[in-house]
Design a protein around this ligand. Structure first.
Ligand code: PMP
Length: 438
């Protein structure tokens, strides 16, 4: 029930109906510190979702707070019309980290806008609006990015400025090839790609893919799939765009970027990023080889992209990430967390699979007959909250719990979260059918 006059009621009165909130009693957060956040009742939560991976290092990281405050006290305004030291410095660092030779960076304010920019570049460079995207993909909800989002439930219209062809392979756990070994899976997906290309006029602009599908439920193909795709794409001049909005900045532990699990044939032509780099500030961006980046005949494509306050935050955040080897922490603590989650959920019938890499971990839930269980996922989300743990949801059928804490997660916090999740999933198992809570 939404109490009249409550913030929730006011939210509903002024916001679109399709803007849904997590939790039956929506959560209003007041502050955070480290891996914890607090609500208006003073309750503390261990944060295993970081506001959809937007808190990359830690909540209220002192270096970021200081950088933002200092910059806000100096000059807030500006656009891309003037030189800005922070923007240049962050671009230099991102270009060097990207692995793309002769890289150029353009900052935006979101992942959607970054993907829009990547599409603008690829279609202009290739003089084609044909794009290959992966089934079950998510790339944002602007008019062009919904046109490359593989699941209709995440795309509010079927109209699109692009001609999109959807390729098999982004998801290892579902689809017609799911039963195949990794090697045969990869071969089947490559054959599907070739078959698909054989039915076009040959002038496809690009393939865009998330190395690990984020909204799609933290699900990934076998390592090397996109390298095998590249063998097919590169001779035809088709670009590879890696959407690193969720997988970037060491999140997957083993790699700084998700594409590095598919690196045999070199880096992608274009890379997009967003979310965590700003630690809550609105930063997105696109990286591309100079010849691709420079194909546009434009003065700029964003006013606020790369604004000084966000760039100062991004620089402080990236410095902290690198100096504290949070990628290494994601690998170590994420590795322990996934092991622990597998151990504590073993034998629970609601749990179909625990998967992931680094601090990007999913628990896929099923009904007793093996069908996807959005019911169990919604219930688990509520029960975890009651026990002081925030997690995320996702997956094609909304049947997956997503775990993506700030990358500074400690072993003790990982243990605590795993223990709560085990209790939650045992309770989910014991809660019959229906949507009612126990
Ligand atoms: N790409 C991926 C892989 C994403 O997960 C998201 C957001 N969930 C986006 C793009 C869009 O980013 P934003 O919401 O910042 O526009």
């Amino acid at each position: 029930m939404t109490a009249p006059g409550s913030l929730h009621a006011r939210h509903r009165a002024v916001m679109p109906e399709w803007l849904s909130l997590y939790y039956r009693e929506p959560l209003e957060l007041t502050h955070g510190e480290g891996r914890h956040v607090w609500d208006t009742e003073g309750r503390r939560y261990l944060d295993f979702f970081g506001g959809i991976l937007t808190t990359m290092t830690a909540h209220a990281l002192p270096e970021v707070t200081k950088a933002v405050a200092e910059q806000a006290g100096r000059i807030l305004h500006t656009s891309t019309l003037y030189l800005d030291r922070h923007m240049v410095e962050l671009a230099e660092r991102v270009a060097a980290l990207s692995g793309i030779p002769d890289a150029r960076v353009f900052f935006t304010t979101s992942g959607t806008e970054a993907n829009d920019a990547a599409l603008l570049l690829a279609t202009t460079y290739r003089r084609s609006n044909q794009i290959l995207a992966m089934r079950n993909s998510y790339h944002g909800r602007s008019f062009s990015s919904i046109g490359i989002t593989g699941n209709a439930s995440w795309s509010p219209t079927s109209l699109s400025p692009l001609q999109t062809l959807y390729v098999h392979g982004g998801v290892r756990t579902r689809g017609p090839y799911a039963h195949l070994s990794d090697e045969r899976f990869t071969r089947a997906c490559v054959a599907d790609l070739e078959d698909m290309l054989g039915q076009t006029h040959g002038n496809v602009a690009a393939l865009i893919a998330e190395p690990v599908q984020g909204v799609g439920g933290f699900t990934a193909p076998p390592d090397g799939l996109y390298a095998a795709f590249r063998d097919v794409l590169a001779p035809r001049g088709i670009l590879w765009i890696s959407d690193e909005v969720q997988t970037g900045w060491g999140r997957t532990g083993d790699h700084f970027w998700g594409w590095q699990a598919h690196a045999e044939n070199g880096p992608p032509d274009v890379l997009t990023f967003a979310k965590g780099i700003g630690n809550g500030m609105a930063i997105g961006g696109v990286v591309a080889r100079a010849e691709i980046m420079n194909c546009l005949d434009a003065n700029s494509i964003s006013t606020f992209g790369g604004s000084p306050v966000t760039m100062a935050a991004g620089l402080a955040n990236l410095t902290h990430l690198l100096e504290h080897d949070l990628q290494g922490n994601a690998r170590r603590v994420g590795g322990l967390l996934i092991e622990r989650l597998r151990a504590v959920t073993a034998g629970l019938p609601a749990v179909r699979e625990v998967r992931g890499r680094g601090l990007m971990i999913a628990i896929e839930l099923a009904e007793p007959d093996g069908s996807p269980s959005p019911r169990a996922a919604s219930l688990a989300l509520e029960l975890a909250r009651e026990r002081g743990l925030l997690i995320g949801k996702g997956g094609r059928e909304a049947d997956v719990l997503r775990i993506a804490p700030p990358l500074s997660l400690t072993i003790a916090e990982a243990e605590e979260g795993a223990t709560i999740l085990a209790e939650v999933l045992r309770q989910v198992r014991d809660t019959p059918g229906g949507k009612d809570r126990p």
